[in-house]
Write a protein that binds this ligand. Structure first.
Ligand SMILES: Cc1ncc(COP(=O)(O)O)c(C=O)c1O
Length: 394
């Protein structure tokens, strides 16, 4: 694949909301495509919600500092999911309504990351969405990846080794300076899963634009707390079950039309059809013209929970969430004598018995190799932070 030159602009950018009152389901592109029908009317109405009201929608037990592993659902998502599960149990689930949830989710995601809706593909996992892109790499391509990268963003490229695809790994912090003329693709997480390190996207995008390398970016640990603009990258992939507060099983990919044209929709089924509900049987191949042609059919209940979760994030605003998450992360760091930073995920050295003590106190973090990874999101409170600090400073 030859790269489409990405535009250089600030990654941390406030992108405008579309105004306080409109109905996402009235978006003309979504309704006919996804065969929407209404289970819970009026849920997609966009309005401003302050952080305190949003926090009242969550019910975590004290000490949840592990959104980097999975996010918690707001009441709106939980309730819609229970309603749908109830109808399934009684055999009255209008399954087509999951097309409505999927359309709402696609639409909200597009607005959150700043791309047109027709550039958004839906899937189940990051690695699954990357499959067609990895398969489209010409033999002999070179892919540059951070050496500490999460494997769902690394294995798809490594799995192409029998086609002589060369995967070069370098420290995440040095990615930009390793983008040489022979690099065809740079694949990296905007926020690293283990360390919380935020990539220098400006430098990486600028270096890639200079050499013509393509940029493929994993937003799983970024979208939902870090204000960002996905349109500056050739492609992005995002698992929604962490910072986007969704059930496991929903994920998104964004692609530029130029890149998309070079991908074979290997996983195409009825849901990738131009008109979904007349694509159930028989030839000819009649795929959607936009990014939906790379869709897989939705795992119903995952998407029922995803739509309201994304709508809440949009209603609160990523900028507000960013300020909240960062303030807590930095208070945590400062109290432990650790340098403050720019990430909602922090990873710090701890005493050998810290994991056990945190566990006993009911504080849920991820502790690996003598480091505690704590992550802070919109439902995290000062009390959660204090609980962890009490254990770690004892
Ligand atoms: C950066 C990143 N990407 C992707 C994933 C999940 O990948 P998949 O959706 O393939 O399970 C994780 C999970 O921790 C992650 O941290």
């Amino acid at each position: 694949m030859t790269a489409a030159k990405p535009r250089v602009q600030n990654v941390i950018q406030r992108h405008g909301r579309r105004g306080p009152q409109y109905d996402a389901r009235e978006t003309p592109e979504t309704r006919p495509h996804d065969g929407a029908c209404t289970l819970v009317p009026g849920r997609a109405r966009i309005r401003n919600v302050d952080l305190t009201s949003a926090q009242a929608q969550f019910e975590p037990e004290p000490g949840w500092l592990n959104t980097a592993s999975y996010g918690l659902p707001p009441t709106s998502a939980w309730t819609e999911l229970q309603t749908a599960l109830g109808t399934w149990r009684r055999g009255v689930l209008p399954w087509e309504m999951t097309g409505d949830s999927t359309a709402r989710a696609r639409s909200a995601f597009a607005r959150i990351v700043g791309v047109p809706e027709h550039d958004v593909t839906i899937g189940a996992q990051v690695s699954q969405l990357l499959g067609p892109m990895a398969a489209a790499l010409p033999e002999g391509s070179t892919v540059l990846v951070p050496q500490e990268e999460f494997t769902s963003m690394l294995f798809p490229w490594l799995a192409q080794s029998m086609r002589q695809v060369d995967v070069r790994t370098v420290p995440a912090a040095e990615l930009a300076k390793h983008i040489t003329d022979d690099v065809d693709m740079v694949a990296f997480s905007l926020v690293q899963s283990a360390s919380g390190e935020v990539a220098d996207a400006d430098a990486i995008v600028a270096a890639a634009a200079e050499t013509g390398a393509m940029t493929v970016v994993d937003l799983t640990q970024a979208a939902g707390w870090l204000p960002l603009d996905a349109s500056r990258f050739d492609a992005t992939v995002t698992g929604a079950y962490k910072w986007l507060l969704s059930p496991r099983g929903s994920a998104f990919m964004t692609t530029t039309p130029g890149l998309r044209d070079r991908l074979t929709p290997n996983q195409a089924g009825w849901f990738a059809g131009e008109d979904v509900h007349s694509s159930y049987y028989g030839p000819p191949l009649r795929l959607a013209r936009d990014a939906r042609r790379l869709d897989i059919s939705p795992a119903w209940f995952s998407w029922v929970g995803t739509a309201p979760a994304l709508e809440l994030i949009e209603q609160v605003g990523v900028e507000t969430i960013y300020q909240h998450d960062l303030a807590l992360a930095n208070r945590f760091c400062a109290a432990l004598g650790h340098e403050t930073g720019d990430s909602a995920i922090v990873s710090i050295d701890v005493a050998p018995d810290a994991a056990e003590r945190l566990d006993t106190a009911g504080v849920r973090t991820a502790v690996r190799d003598g480091r505690v990874r704590a992550s802070f999101h919109l439902y995290t409170t000062d009390d959660d932070v204090d609980l962890a600090l009490e254990v770690l400073t004892r």
